[in-house]
Design a protein around this ligand. Sequence first.
Ligand SMILES: Nc1ncnc2c1ncn2[C@@H]1O[C@H](COP(=O)(O)OP(=O)(O)OP(=O)(O)O)[C@@H](O)[C@H]1O
Length: 649
Amino acid sequence: MMNNEMEDLTPKTQGIDLAFRNVTVARNSKVILSSISGHARPGELLAIMGPSGAGKTTLLNTLAGRVPMATGEIILGGQLLNKRLKRKIAYVLQQDIFFSNLTLRETLTFVAMIRLPDYVFKEEKMKRLQEIVDTLDLNKCLDTNMGDMWMPGLSGGEKKRASIACELIHDPVIIFLDEPTTGLDSSTTSSLISTLSTYAEKSHKTIVCSIHQPSSQLFFQFHKLLLLSQGQVAYFGETTKVIDHFASLGIPIEEHYNPADFIMEKLKEDERVRVKAVTAMKDLQEKYSAARNMLRSVSREEDVPKKPSHMNTKIRGAVYKILRKPPTSSDVEVDANISDPGSVHMSLLDLEKPTNDDNKKWPTGFVTQYTQLTLRTFRESRKRILEKMKILENLLICAIVCLIYFQLPRNEETLRDRMGAVFFISAHWGFIPLFDAVTSFPMERVVINKERSAGWYRLSAYYCAKMTSELLLIIIQPTVFVVIAYWVIGLNGIAAFFATLGTVFIDSIAGQSFGLFIGIVCMEVSEAMTVSIMLQMGIMLLGGLFTRSLPFWLDWLKYVSFLHYSFHSLMFLEFHDAPPVQCASNVNNSVFLSCRETNITSHTIPSKEVLQYYNVTWNYWQYILPLLFFTIVFRILGYIVLRFFRKPV
Ligand SMILES: Nc1ncnc2c1ncn2[C@@H]1O[C@H](COP(=O)(O)OP(=O)(O)OP(=O)(O)O)[C@@H](O)[C@H]1O
């Protein structure tokens, strides 16, 4: 059970009022939300309830500033929602989105380090983290993997609490939760809602939470209720007054009936009840809106103290009468003045003056973000890249290559095999990181989008971390492979060995860059895989092993294949300054001039001639520089696509 003693949790910021007026959202000419108004104060837990498809998630997304096409007013602490305020909102999404390979401790430590400002010492950050872990009773699963549908990890309830912990860490002023009880058993649900309710009261925070159909015990833990039906307000007010309100509309809630169940059933089953409830709310809100406008015009006139305003006093009296006596018998709370940015909340505006820290776009600086993201990506990727099965697969492939090409004699008959071995090394270590990278972006896209939407860090910090944290990991396997295969096959000597190792690293990094770019452009694993397989075929064919002379109109294509450069640079290393290659036993069949010349007795082919025969006519750096160029260009292009074409909402 969760720890309801919230004393430990010492939030530094007080919550602020939330008010929204006439929020309307339409998509593809379909109205999803129509003129939704309401408000919540610090210390209150507001429930947004309604049948499936009523618009709860859309409303929460809109209130969190994530629906650009929404119209209406959203006012936080007296100010219209802006970028600065958006960063103070915590939004716990319906799905719990995490990196599955990280433990809860690693996940929460990352969040604390990146979301709490740089001026807070690490010890303080960890203390705050521990308070939240205690409050949400997450101690016993700190070292469990987050997990996903393929890998066992935290339970549904623990994951939900972990999502909430990630949002509470940065001490938000307002918290939105989209159906936090989905998939939880009744005792976990009840414990979660009572934790939220206590947290709202004790820490004076405003909490808005969408919920399907709570039990009656749970229902009354919410201070306020906004009932949605087909995108319209069917009730807004105190939860305790909902029964009286429906009774006043001629819809009495039967005794011992769960009010949430009753209302939802009535709204769903009987269109007349639905229309009645919506119309009553609309009338009520229109009356209050008119009263508020009158009040506002009176206030404006009074700002110009020219004439004594006994007329105004009369109007005021009338307005207050309307406000005191709503048209239904219940005291349904309607946004009378709290949502008015021009009146009461002007005072809050002064209290909420942005500090220098508030004005900062990001909670932490680039260095902290880069360091923390590098650490997290390294931990997450380590388990993926150095997966046991992958290591085994590569060792097996290495063994097969060693058996096939074991101690190749250096003669003309085996020259083709030698070339095949070199091609295999360059293709294998170009494509393994390519395919790994192709799937890595689409797989982490959901997590990154969630974090980018909430403004956790700069895209540049994430991208640089992603580009550098995996470098060390992607060169481990080719190193093992080359160290073994190079000597078993019997390739060129020691100097060429180190150059080959370096070239294979660059090949792998070029492959990874290309893969990352495809992954960013496609963003869906299946689409990215299809594109990569098609490109792999093209790259292989243009690599230089299968085709020596391409039609002139296709010949240029080889220059856009990274494999062309890696293969040719490895060929250069294999035959340049290398021991001579013995001519074929029947020199008349030799393709090399040196072997066919009768006056030559050595019967060896100079390296230069071999290289020329295989069209390796450039020097080493002329092959390596384009490879490096590819690496850099694809990384830059990847960033541009992510930055401008893959923006989260
Ligand atoms: N992009 C869209 N285009 C068209 N209709 C949409 C779009 N997004 C949502 N809707 C529709 O808007 C309505 C409200 O969706 P929303 O997800 O907000 O409902 P909800 O109350 O949260 O539902 P649930 O409880 O099932 O999660 C639904 O009918 C949905 O089909």
